[in-house]
Ligand binder design. Structure first.
Ligand SMILES: NC(=O)c1ccc[n+]([C@@H]2O[C@H](COP(=O)([O-])OP(=O)(O)OC[C@H]3O[C@@H](n4cnc5c(N)ncnc54)[C@H](O)[C@@H]3O)[C@@H](O)[C@H]2O)c1
Length: 259
């Protein structure tokens, strides 16, 4: 119960990784405000998560600054402060790079990168106002480093998030605020079902690049988030930690006789 009594806000928490982070925090004694653009899903998630004394919801779109500000304001109004911000909301579109429209580019970058930037700003302003300290965690991806051609907008957004994390960590270090990112590999959520596992072949391709031989569970990302949010990670800032089943370190090549 290293996080007991802390106050956290999580975006995109109606399902998947965000919801798993909310569950982990609630189990660890954290007071949590969850937000999502999907009002119905958010209400359902809140009912499933339980802990009504320690859980609040706010419907909001992270691409709108006012909605992200509202999330932080709710944490302060309901629980008096904000210690942990998890900028988790994100979307992926599977598309040939030549077919990406300006609207789609703006949509993905607006949610994944601009939304996280709004979250960093809103959380940091509150943390500084309450005397400093706190942890901001951005939900990145192995796609911050990997280049998968069908996920160009997604990769650009997560690549940008890597630098958002680094630059914010340096800027906010004087206020004792740590800024870190978590970059999962393939985690078994609705996002993967709709955008990554688009066919059995696609699933097999991902598995052929995953030494662990299986997709990850959302709880296996939430446990990394809980560690980074805790004082056990007190000397980690500016880094992205990758729970990816060995995906990024894999550099296996089949021996080739003729060069
Ligand atoms: N699942 C994976 O394999 C994987 C891997 C690496 C990174 N991630 C990242 O983890 C995060 C969560 O992904 P997930 O797999 O749980 O996805 P998911 O699709 O299951 O859940 C995403 C949630 O974000 C919400 N959301 C979407 N747009 C929003 C917006 N504009 N404002 C507020 N909420 C919004 C959705 O309604 C949904 O509840 C994302 O940032 C994603 O990029 C996921």
């Amino acid at each position: 119960m290293k996080l007991s009594g802390k106050v956290a806000a999580i975006t995109g928490a109606a399902r998947g990784i965000g919801k798993a982070c909310a569950k982990r925090f609630l189990d660890d004694g954290v007071k949590v405000v969850i937000s999502d653009v999907d009002a119905e899903g958010l209400a359902k998630a809140a009912a499933e998560l339980g802990h009504p004394e320690a859980l609040r919801t706010v419907v909001g779109n992270v691409a709108k600054r006012a909605d992200v500000d509202q999330l932080v304001a709710t944490a302060v109004k309901e629980f008096g402060r904000l210690d942990i911000m998890v900028n988790n909301a994100g979307v992926a579109r599977n598309r040939d790079i030549l077919e990406i429209s300006e609207d789609e580019f703006d949509e993905i970058i607006g949610i994944n990168l601009k939304g996280a930037f709004f979250g960093v700003q809103a959380a940091a302003k509150q943390m500084i106002a309450q005397g400093g300290g706190g942890v901001i965690i951005n939900m990145s991806s192995v796609n911050a480093l990997l280049a998968i051609p069908a996920l160009a907008t997604y990769a650009m957004s997560k690549g940008g998030m890597k630098q958002l994390t680094s630059v914010a960590a340096v800027a906010l270090a004087p206020h004792n605020i740590r800024v870190v990112a978590v970059g999962p590999g393939t985690i078994l959520t609705d996002m993967v079902a709709s955008s990554i596992y688009t066919s059995e072949d696609a699933r097999k391709t991902v598995m052929s690049r995953t030494p662990a031989g299986r997709g990850g569970e959302p709880s296996e990302v939430a446990s990394v988030v809980a560690f980074l949010a805790s004082d056990d990670a007190s000397y980690i800032t500016g880094q992205t930690i990758y729970p990816d089943g060995g995906r990024l370190i894999l550099n296996y090549t089949v021996p080739v006789k003729d060069k």
